[in-house]
Design a protein around this ligand. Sequence first.
Ligand code: HEC
Length: 146
Amino acid sequence: MLAPFKASLKEALLGALKDGPEKAVEVCASAAPSLARSAAKDGVTVGRTSSKLRNPDNAPKAWLGPVLAEFEKAPSGSETKKTVPLGGGRYGYAEAIWIQAPCLACHGAAVAPSVKAALSRYPKDAATGYALGELRGVFYAEIEPR
Ligand code: HEC
């Protein structure tokens, strides 16, 4: 249920990175929210969140706070996932996202000045300073009863 969202986002990001990270910021900013909207269907909504946010619109829902805290303690790179009942037959599903090499251009400790400039549209950006293998956040889905 998360696979199409993850695949389309990765494709958009890697494609855009060929034109440099400054251009890719544009793509990330517009593609991530619209891909999430188009991946949502049949009572399923998907998204990404983190405990260190770039875009405040991605703030974690209440059930994801404890999930993020728990995933922080998981071994780096491990396939970490969790299903949480949300009441009323709804449930949430989350998967850990680990920092990989291509992420560092925009989320690392040494972000190039030109990329920083492109990121200035996020005045409250807290999503830099990451090292390889750190937990960046989660992909999640919320599923309505059918
Ligand atoms: C070209 C720059 C760029 C690269 C490379 C990049 N990101 Fe991002 N990332 C962004 C931008 C811009 C946003 C804000 C998008 C939005 O508005 O939803 C973002 C947001 C996120 C979010 C959502 C939470 C938040 O802070 O708003 C996650 C999770 C994330 N990125 C993970 C990754 C991972 C994992 C990688 C490597 C596979 C990566 N990013 C590579 C620019 C980048």
